[in-house]
Design a protein around this ligand. Structure first.
Ligand code: ATP
Ligand code: MG
Ligand code: MG
Length: 387
């Protein structure tokens, strides 16, 4: 479909699913990550680069092999990408823009950026790693509040809930030596998310509003569409689009949001790449998030309605498959999914470890009740009559 080669910084499951989508369009991809990374396992077309997506030399090596660079993770060396973009000797295009990655990868800079563009979000305050600083924030925000690492955060591993003043010492020990900021507690009734595609000309298109359920801070289930009134769905889509419009560069963005008790919707955080809450698009939408990402960074066409659910009655639930306590015990769930109509198993080629994201199952049905019944069977083996 396009003779330009795409280099991907990061070769985990998101990179792997990007490669999968690229293959169908005959788009050549080259991956930078450790040897045998999930994305490399399914791509024997290229001489991939072994190394870290933070290493300037490895990034330079990748950039010499490709025409367009993109990311599957924001924790990359954005300064090097910025240098590459400015350099007159390289002609590689980078999406999303290095400036976007730089802002988003530091969650406090991201918050300040959103606030300065009028996007509703929880109040945030930069803090020092001292009891005095955390006490001062407690006085300002009240308790509980959320203490977060500004960088390298994922699956809630950079977060600590400060319930009251007595927890401050533990919070500082837990997030020891990481750059911190504090967030006011968001009393949400549901967590929502919207995938938004930004084209090279800056126009944005959003996928449906979904509802995400986290367990131990890790995404557990995604309901598409979200089980909220249409007005709330529409409000979330508009807010997500407005948030993504404030960034530069093309590609897909995942916007995580909180639905508050009073119906207000605020942005939690944004990912400048495909996102776990968008995996359902692979089986439930006209175009998957991975293909939409590739098409948008390459400036390939996307038809009107590409981000819609496949049919007006399509309902979908995504279930994340985490490594079980016994090695490979999670495959029991996958086996039941294989026995279930309308369920698609996606595995990532990772070695099993308790709590590790190993894969996901996308359930697609004609109603949410039917999707929920299938989910119940897949998770617990409960027999159901309906098919
Ligand atoms: P991800 O894997 O999504 O990148 P992360 O490590 O960046 O996760 P966050 O998304 O900031 O972490 O937070 C993880 C979860 O913690 C959220 O999904 C939400 O359930 C809860 N949370 C985060 N911020 C707040 C807040 N200000 N108030 C209440 N709960 C919060
Ligand atoms: Mg995050
Ligand atoms: Mg998050």
């Amino acid at each position: 479909m396009d003779s330009r080669k795409v280099g991907i910084l990061g070769g985990g499951q998101l990179g792997r699913m990007m490669v999968e989508a690229a293959h169908r369009l005959n788009i050549h991809t080259v991956v930078l990550d450790g040897e045998g990374a999930p994305a490399k396992q399914i791509n024997a077309l290229s001489d991939h680069v072994n190394g870290s997506f933070n290493d300037p030399e490895a990034i330079a090596e990748l950039s010499n092999k490709v025409d367009v660079l993109t990311i599957e993770i924001e924790h990359v060396n954005a300064d090097i990408l910025e240098d590459l973009e400015k350099s007159s000797s390289t002609k590689v295009e980078i999406h999303p823009s290095p400036q976007t990655i730089k802002i988003i990868k530091d969650k406090y800079l991201q918050k300040k950026h959103l606030i300065s563009h009028g996007i509703a979000t929880a109040d945030a305050e930069s803090v020092e790693s001292t009891p005095e600083s955390l006490e001062a924030v407690g006085k300002k925000f009240g308790y509980p509040y959320m203490l977060k690492s500004r960088t390298d955060a994922y699956d809630g591993r950079g977060n600590f809930v400060v319930d009251d003043e007595s927890k401050i010492k533990e919070a500082l020990e837990f997030l020891h030596s990481r750059p911190l900021y504090a967030e006011k507690w968001a009393k949400f009734t549901k967590e929502l998310a919207v995938m938004v595609v930004r084209s090279t000309d800056g126009t944005v298109h959003s996928y449906p509003t979904v509802e995400t359920v986290q367990k131990n801070n890790i995404c557990h289930l995604v309901y598409a569409p979200a089980r909220v009134p249409d007005t709330i769905q529409l409000k979330a889509k508009l807010e997500a689009e407005n948030a993504v419009k404030t960034f530069t560069g093309a590609g897909i963005f995942g916007v995580e949001m909180f639905l508050l008790e009073d119906g207000e919707i605020i942005v939690n955080e944004i990912a400048p790449r495909p996102h776990n809450s968008g995996h359902y698009t692979q089986d439930a939408c006209v175009t998957s998030q991975f293909e939409a990402h590739l098409r948008s960074i390459l400036g390939l066409p996307l038809p009107k309605g590409f981000s819609n659910l496949s049919t007006p009655s399509t309902n979908s639930i995504m279930l994340n498959i985490l490594g079980g306590d016994e090695p490979n015990s999670e495959l029991e769930i996958c086996k039941r999914a294989l026995e279930t109509a309308g369920a698609n198993v996606h595995l990532y080629g990772k070695s099993t470890r308790p709590g590790r994201k190993m894969g996901h199952v996308n359930i697609v049905a004609g109603s949410m009740a039917e999707a929920e019944a299938r989910l119940e069977r897949i998770m617990h083996g409960t027999p159901i009559e309906s098919f």
